[in-house]
Design a protein around this ligand. Structure first.
Ligand code: GSH
Length: 254
């Protein structure tokens, strides 16, 4: 029998991943229909409700808008508030994550280098610290969750979005925010989510190098240029001797 849900999106995490996480969390079987943006998208686009993806199909009906889809699925899998006010608090956090993500996207997709540099200065020096410090203190106050002191779909939304957010910023943004790391780890430790990640989310490439630019950066640039998702595995010098023995020629990169 065909699965009850069909998600159509590109073959990236992006706006599709929170939907995939929520479906996986709830054990709701779904067809993970991934479109090849280069080849198939122009012929598919006109058939989409508003010319965009993701869309979700269920029982012969089709809907668009990723956050609305997530909110619906959160109700199905019981990750919502116990009353309207709690739902409002969850929505406010989800909207805040989207505000932050939108600001990073404005930087990432900027094509004019001088404008991008200017946007980057403001983003990395002011906007990101502002948001991340506030979100981190919420995560601390809520014992490793973003709101209501327990797991809600806001946490799932955050964890599922974060890899793409890091990719757009070209930086591991929560490396110094331990409470946000705990939120992500709490979601990723949920057995159904863990199984989903193990099966689908490992990026095709993993670069291992020191936490500097030097010989690693041209590779990072090329992977980023091509939109190729990769794990940016940065090693610290104090761990070097134990790692060196396991590298193909006792040197980075591979
Ligand atoms: N607000 C919409 C935005 C959807 C959206 O921007 N989709 C992009 C992919 S992330 C898209 O379909 N781009 C291709 C196009 O517009 O032709 C949502 O959250 O679902």
């Amino acid at each position: 029998m065909a699965p009850a849900y069909k998600l159509t999106y590109f073959n990236i995490t992006g706006l599709g991943e929170p939907i995939r996480f929520l479906l996986s969390y709830g054990g709701l079987e779904f067809e993970d229909n991934r479109i090849d943006r280069e080849n198939n998208w122009p012929s598919i686009k006109p058939n989409m409700p508003f010319g965009q993806v993701p869309i979700l199909e269920h029982k012969g009906k089709t809907v668009h808008q990723s956050v609305a889809i997530c909110r619906y699925l959160a109700k199905q899998v019981k990750l919502v508030g116990k009353d309207d006010w709690e739902d409002l608090e969850i929505d406010a956090i989800v909207d805040t994550i989207n505000d932050l993500s939108g600001k990073i996207a404005l930087y990432h997709y900027e094509e004019d280098k001088s404008i991008k540099d200017a946007k980057g200065g403001l983003l990395f020096n002011e906007t990101l610290p502002f948001y991340l410090e506030k979100l981190d203190s919420l995560a601390k106050k809520n014992n490793g969750y973003l709101v209501l002191g327990r797991l809600t779909w806001a946490d799932i939304y955050f964890a599922a979005n974060w890899d793409y957010i890091d990719y757009m910023a070209n930086k591991q943004l929560i490396a110094n925010y331990s409470n946000l790391q705990t939120v992500k780890a709490n979601v990723e430790a949920i057995p159904n989510v863990k199984a989903w990640i193990a099966k689908h989310m490992a990026p095709a490439y993993k670069l291992t190098y020191f936490d500097i630019s030097a010989l690693g950066e041209p590779i990072r640039f090329l992977l980023s240029y091509g939109g190729l998702e990769f794990e940016d595995n940065r090693i610290h010098h104090e761990n070097w001797s134990s790692i060196k023995a396991n590298l193909p020629f006792g040197q980075y990169q591979y």
